[in-house]
Design a protein around this ligand. Sequence first.
Ligand code: ATP
Ligand code: MG
Length: 444
Amino acid sequence: MKMSRFLVPTLKEAPSDAVAVSHKLALRAGLIHQEAAGIFSWLPLGIRVLKKIEQIVREEMDRAGAVEVLLPTIQKADLWRKSGRYDDYGAEMLRIKDRHDRDFLFGPTAEEVMTEIVGAHVNSYQQLPVILYNIQWKFRDEVRPRFGVLRSREFLMKDAYSYDLDEAGARESYNRMFVAYLNIFARLGLSVLPVRADPGPIGGDLSHEFMLLAKTGESMVYADDRALGLPAPGVPPEDRAELQALVDERLAPYAASDELHDASEYEARVEEGHRMEARGVEVGHIFFFGDKYSRSMDVKLDGPDGQPIALQSGSYGVGVSRLVAAIIEASHDEKGIIWPEAVAPFHVGIVNLAPDKEEVSALANKVYNALEGAGRQCLLDDRKIRAGGKFADMDLIGLPWQVVIGPRSVASGELELKNRASGETVSLGFHDLIARLTQGSAGN
Ligand code: ATP
Ligand code: MG
């Protein structure tokens, strides 16, 4: 992509109402545009990051045996009346009437819609377990939308729902999602802690939140620091006991957010040198709630003995758009964003210092074509602005690699390669540069 044809509206200063670093940088790097309080448009760089996160979430859901569907954003109020949540949900629900004066709402979550689909299309217990997910925009009329897409009113969520014959099966589905979440956050390069959580209005008796440690976090997290930095578990084991052992092992070190923190247990179980107290951002939340919705919505299947049974379920959310901000919270410096390779909007930024000079542009295009041809996504800065502005913008938008090409590169045949994260710069000839950026070493 050529920057002269792209839209990257970078800003020197963030608007004064942006306080969180991720909000400031998302605006300054031209990722998002605010439409109204808590409602954003996604600009070209922002949508590329959002789609990459979405794809990683999708791949890990698929790998764990969940199946993708797409539910509507607008839901019937009657479904929520059936489950009993229509009145309970309160002011966070955006209620809508159609032209016939019928009640609808903009979905804040989708337990009711998914449970009804399962009731209509899953006919036999032999089809269980079923885990369905969708990645769809949600709306919650938050009292205090803030921090940009970290807490917005409209946001992209991956929400999965599991349906099992019995509680042991449902716990297995819960564990599969638990492992998938560890894989997702590891692939995003994030250090995320699973903490036990209060199931809240969704209900149920088993729940975990996945907390990213970051200064802007709205909760406090208390943990044994040995719970951090564990490797991604990979595909969840098929064997139920093996899967449970894996989850138990990950949950063994103490970790709780303020709601369920038990100071005396913490002090008893974690030696002083390993106590970690930090702020956390909730990036995922999983719940087991038994037959709550299948019972209230009267979704039953014939069990093995012919008797109707209510399904055992859980729901599993990841804040896909929140993750864009969460990753910036976790990965930036005073110059701007530092995207992890896996979600960077482009892998390489190519800075053409003299777009007016034919030989310089020819060399920049040659680098661009060689890298694109090898599958590396490049953003070529061919704008006719001063070099200082180009360097500042490249650092701000945070692509993992920068290649600087000017008249001197043409004369010497040496190109400058900079790693955004380490700041390290090396001079390389054309072939070495392409080799460096297209082999394993270009990864992180
Ligand atoms: P929070 O406690 O942050 O308000 P929640 O517990 O109400 O979130 P869940 O119902 O658990 O949220 O939703 C699943 C996931 O969706 C959350 O873990 C979070 O990542 C994301 N999410 C929830 N509310 C928002 C929001 N207002 N803006 C962006 N993402 C959100
Ligand atoms: Mg939650």
